[in-house]
Write a protein that binds this ligand. Structure first.
Ligand SMILES: *Cc1c(COP(=O)(O)O)cnc(C)c1O
Length: 372
């Protein structure tokens, strides 16, 4: 039987032919495909300005700069995410202030945010884990009452919505990833969705060395920008992917319904929240019953791998990383995030999977956990 990875991008032949055309065109870095992708994304997000980048990490760094986050500021975020979420805060010179997650959603616990706000708090930086949206009504209510900016780390949220409204079509600054594992990809890439014209202009400059081209052919630079532009090769992949997004999301939802039907509850795993409306099902993550297992998580992953099934870990609680412990964080600070971070495994889920692959994963998980 073929090895089943936990994820795999689906690139169609039309996209591959389109990329070949870009490669033959003589213009391979940022050019017409980048413009087209930005227009298509802007349309998708209800007409808001969009700037594509070479990563969502870059988009988050620019978002923090645009929001005016500086040295000495505090930014409230979740300890349960890809470490990019907190690294960008450190790189802005600010302090990541972690708030524990809600056991049900595995996202930042909104009920705990206000207790973490201080006079130095500048922004909230929530993450939609696995594409399950943080409650945007409560989030923006808190931000509004405390005069805080919101930088949505919506890296995993392409195709997700909140109460029927697309993530990215409303809200403050929204960063989305097109990394190879995300719901649509440009191999590497991402975008920032903005709303204000002056901030969009600043974002454009920060994306590429701060350069402004003058009508007389000259240049002006007022801010030290970085190097975050997307190539046309990558943008062409994105154009092909965006057309398939709705089909991808529908397929993910159907596969997840099957997971819920077939998963043997006797295996003792804790399943994620069953949201088929707003969540884009970027990942299917279960919590292992570690206390009742003979194997540890590493042993479980190895046993699955030996049976031809890839399993991921997204993510260990990051306040336990040395770089954040040095800021004063300790084990025990965020019990929910620590519990989930220790027990979580990501099972295979991607649009190219067959129904029978889900059945195979379910049977194999039960078999491994029963110690057969
Ligand atoms: C993937 C991801 C990022 C980073 O995206 P890149 O495009 O790889 O830079 C940031 N935050 C979260 C939650 C992610 O899943």
């Amino acid at each position: 039987m073929d090895y089943l990875p936990f994820t795999r991008p689906s690139i169609d032949e039309e996209t591959i032919a389109g990329v070949a055309e870009v490669l033959r065109s003589g213009w391979i870095t940022s050019g017409p495909c980048v413009k087209q992708l930005e227009q298509a994304l802007s349309q998708y997000f209800g007409g808001r300005p969009v700037r594509v980048m070479s990563s969502a990490t870059g988009a988050l760094e620019i978002a923090l700069a645009v929001a005016g986050v500086q040295a000495g500021d505090e930014v409230i975020t979740t300890p349960l995410s890809w470490v990019a979420t907190a690294n960008v805060i450190l790189r802005a010179g600010a302090k990541p202030v972690f708030v524990d997650v809600d056991a049900r959603t595995r996202n930042i616990d909104l009920a705990r945010i206000e207790a973490a706000i201080t006079p130095r708090t500048r922004a909230l930086l929530p993450v939609d884990m696995a594409g399950l949206p943080v409650d945007r009504d409560r989030l923006y209510d808190i931000a509004g009452r405390h005069g805080l900016r919101v930088i949505e780390d919506a890296a995993q949220s392409m195709g997700a919505s909140w109460r029927g409204r697309r993530i990215g079509s409303f809200g403050d600054l929204v960063a989305i990833s097109f990394h190879a594992n995300k719901n649509i990809t440009t191999a590497e890439g991402g975008c920032l969705v903005l709303s204000d014209a002056a901030e969009t202009d600043l974002c454009t400059r920060l994306r590429l060395q701060g350069v402004v081209r003058l009508p007389d052919g000259g240049q002006e630079v007022e801010v030290a920008g970085g190097k975050h532009n997307l190539t046309d090769v990558a943008a062409r992949i994105g154009l092909g992917q965006l057309k398939q997004l709705d089909a991808f999301t529908a397929r993910r939802r159907a596969l997840v319904r099957r997971y819920f039907e077939r998963f043997d509850s006797a295996a003792g795993c804790e399943l994620p929240l069953a949201d088929y409306a707003d969540c884009n099902w970027h990942m299917f993550q279960v919590l292992l019953p570690l206390a009742r297992m003979r194997l540890d998580r590493g042993g479980f992953i190895q046993a699955m791998h030996q049976r031809g099934i890839g399993v991921g870990v997204h993510y260990p609680a990051m306040h336990l990383f040395r770089i954040f412990r040095e800021l004063g964080y300790n084990p025990g600070d965020f019990p929910q995030a620590e519990h989930i971070g220790a027990a979580t495994v990501t099972l295979p889920l991607f649009p190219g999977m067959a129904d029978s692959d889900v059945d195979r994963v379910c049977t194999t998980v039960a078999e491994v956990l029963r110690g057969q």
